[in-house]
Design a protein around this ligand. Structure first.
Ligand code: M6R
Length: 369
């Protein structure tokens, strides 16, 4: 049932093109208009929403962070991302004009469920982005947008993460269309690009041999750092989480802009650092800033493992290794850039002889607070 793969996780990583395709399926009509038929919230409510709060835990929260960048840009609605357990036990400012989006693979995470209940008590509208049909969170939320990743068996979340990000993009594009915004062209072109993502994810999988090789060589490494900026920041956090949970290696994800505010002190000769580089084709200066960060850490002896877009020759002089991914727009890049990081963690854990599907101390769904 592992389909010839060594672990469910490896199989699920390879299922990702399908998970994303299935999450998109039936939700884009022939003219490119979004059809979100499980969204049973009145359109007038969605038009009047003045704040979105994403509540989630772990990997699902990183999907929420990616959603924040996309939804704020496309819809001009403020988006906050909250760890569900932190949201629940303070006094969050939430009212009937807030849309609370709960993201969860299992639909059973107790912290996230409690956050949904709390939000409803405050009269917020609640939407669940959930993978497991019939689970508790979608039953309690006002509406549900199912991710169609299929059952995820491995404790470490992979295909659910990509489908959560995909569903969040759909939500953002839907809200942008509904509320009529000045980015109509961008919404249309993003929909086209989203349809191309399953093929591009497949290309990343097809090119994964080098990252596997490096992971096997690095089986004894005591620590790995991950840097990213903009949507690359949650990708860096997710890369670090994967390595912690699967390979029991100390790993931290940082916003690249934070380096000089502290983390650069960790850089010593030989320290491996993954850097997630934004597209050089973007309109802003993100790319050059991250390339400078790579230079800075390399000058201090870091071993730089760079994830960059095809054709980005600027990173080559400063990279010990480059893992190239196909070109896409800045906001959609996480669907591609996280894949080498997932493969790295899974392969490294495998090389250490660890149980990739059932890491120690972890459960697939955390149904206690
Ligand atoms: O089922 P959920 O998506 O609500 O689970 C949330 C987290 O427990 C989950 O993402 C966890 O962080 C995974 N082990 C990550 O690989």
């Amino acid at each position: 049932e592992k389909g010839g793969f060594r672990s469910f996780m490896e199989k699920e990583i390879h299922d990702q093109p399908h998970a994303v395709a299935d999450t998109l399926l039936g939700r884009l009509d022939l003219s490119g208009k979004l059809v979100l038929d499980e969204m049973r919230i009145d359109e007038s409510v969605l038009r009047s929403v003045d704040k979105i709060v994403v509540v989630a835990c772990g990997t699902a929260a990183y999907a929420g962070h990616v959603a924040k960048y996309a939804i704020e840009h496309w819809c001009r609605i403020p988006v906050e991302v909250e760890l569900a357990h932190e949201f629940r036990y303070r006094d969050p400012v939430v009212d009937e004009r807030t849309l609370v989006v709960a993201v969860s693979q299992s639909g059973e995470t107790m912290d996230t469920l409690m956050a949904v209940r709390h939000a409803r008590e405050q009269r917020a509208t609640t939407l669940a982005i959930v993978n497991t049909h019939g689970s508790t969170i979608p039953r309690e939320a006002d509406a549900v947008l199912y991710t169609h990743a299929g059952p995820e068996i491995a404790v470490a979340s992979t295909k659910a993460f990509l489908s959560q990000i995909t569903a969040a993009y759909l939500l953002g594009l839907y809200l942008a269309q509904l509320r009529g915004n000045k980015f109509a062209d961008e919404v249309a072109s993003t929909l086209t690009e989203l349809r191309e993502m399953p093929d591009k994810i497949q290309q990343v999988l097809d090119r994964s041999e080098r990252v596997r090789e490096i992971a096997r060589w690095m089986a004894d490494t005591p620590s790995v750092l991950f840097l990213g900026r903009h949507v690359g920041f949650p990708v860096a956090m997710e890369g670090a989480l994967k390595l912690k949970e699967l390979a029991y290696i100390h790993a931290e994800g940082f916003a690249a802009g934070e380096l000089k505010h502290g983390p650069i002190a960790l850089i010593e000769p030989g320290q491996p650092v993954f850097v997630v580089v934004p597209s050089p084709r973007g309109r802003n200066t993100l790319h050059s800033k991250v390339v400078s960060n790579i230079q800075e850490i390399r000058a201090r002896g870091a071993r730089t493992l760079v994830v960059a877009e095809d054709g980005d020759d600027a990173v080559i002089p400063y990279a010990d290794e480059v893992f190239f991914v196909p070109q896409t727009s800045t906001l959609l890049a996480p669907l591609l850039t996280v894949v080498p990081l997932q493969i790295f963690a899974s392969e490294l854990a495998n090389a250490k002889g660890l149980d990739v599907d059932q890491p120690r101390n972890l459960a697939k769904s955390v149904t206690v607070e």
